[in-house]
Design a protein around this ligand. Sequence first.
Ligand SMILES: NC(=O)c1ccc[n+]([C@@H]2O[C@H](COP(=O)([O-])OP(=O)(O)OC[C@H]3O[C@@H](n4cnc5c(N)ncnc54)[C@H](OP(=O)(O)O)[C@@H]3O)[C@@H](O)[C@H]2O)c1
Length: 341
Amino acid sequence: MQSTATTTRMVTLAARPTKDPGPEHFDIVTTDLPALEDGQLLVRNIYMSVDPAMRGRMDTSEKHYTTNFRVGGPLDGSAIGEVVASRAAGVEAGTHVRHRLGWREYAVVDAAAATTIDPTIAPMRDWLGILGQTGFTAYVGLTRAGELASGDTVFVSAAAGAVGSAAGQFAPLLGAGRVIGSAGGPEKARLLVEELGLDAGIDYRDDLPAGLASAAPDGIDLYFDNVGGDHLVAALYALRERGRIALCGMISDLRNRDTSPPISHLIQATLKRLTIRGFIVRDHEDLRPEFEHRVAGWLRAGDLTSRTTVTPGLENAPQAFVSMLAGGNVGKALVQIGDEA
Ligand SMILES: NC(=O)c1ccc[n+]([C@@H]2O[C@H](COP(=O)([O-])OP(=O)(O)OC[C@H]3O[C@@H](n4cnc5c(N)ncnc54)[C@H](OP(=O)(O)O)[C@@H]3O)[C@@H](O)[C@H]2O)c1
């Protein structure tokens, strides 16, 4: 089927926020679609991802994972959709692809920048979540940046979120001895143990250092850091000698730098001979086939719980993004833009 869509609704950046964004920082506009050129696909978007890094991209000051958003210009990010018209050899209408032009109903995508996904292997949502960039981030952080070793006691922050819920569940499957997670509020802390199977869940809004001391009285070997700030400081003190930190992201600092603790706590890294390694997932594509093979196998075997929080409607995408930053999600935060069928 070749689509006749000639316009699309898309979300644009109306203004740059200084703290957490609100509805006033977004607009929804209708715009003409460009004509398809050779090698391009017209994609009807079905799901799109909302990610913490998008908050950094709303600023001017700092380069994050990719380019910063322009005021008046469209937002972008990972999405999955159905090809409805194709001028690319080998990609038929009806194929499902993952690409980078979310935040709009229809996207004209270079076929070279799109990946075909197979919804018979896993549901489409998982291809943006546990089997997508989110799960891949967890896998790279544990195996390569964190050098997870057999028997390790692992602490994962934002463990009820997308990357964190994947990391917390992958860790024992990769050989960790004990896995502790932190999340905001008692319900999320309970969910970490009861639904995701972690050994202990800490409500960080209570007393994080005390929670960590009680969950890991002998200390931790590896900290998977999604949060930064007070979490990173608590982990520095909880780590054993020669422990490791995989620096994945710092959502607490991304949201509010005014309360970031002093860097002087880092002396713990010297005293304990720690290894701290930051990573950006896209530098590790060589691990992707191994990751997809293993995680698809774990999903088939029923070893993983894949949680998503899905907000319906492109018009609600800004709210889904704002809510995810404040912890409104469990698992991967997605927006459903179109029907699956
Ligand atoms: N290095 C890479 O290549 C890479 C790739 C992807 C993502 N990341 C990073 O991975 C981290 C997680 O991303 P994600 O997509 O999985 O998001 P997510 O964890 O699904 O959502 C963000 C979560 O952060 C928590 N949070 C918000 N403010 C917080 C604070 N001040 N202190 C503690 N927790 C807070 C909230 O959970 P609570 O309810 O528990 O507070 C919220 O659900 C982010 O830092 C992101 O930047 C890095």
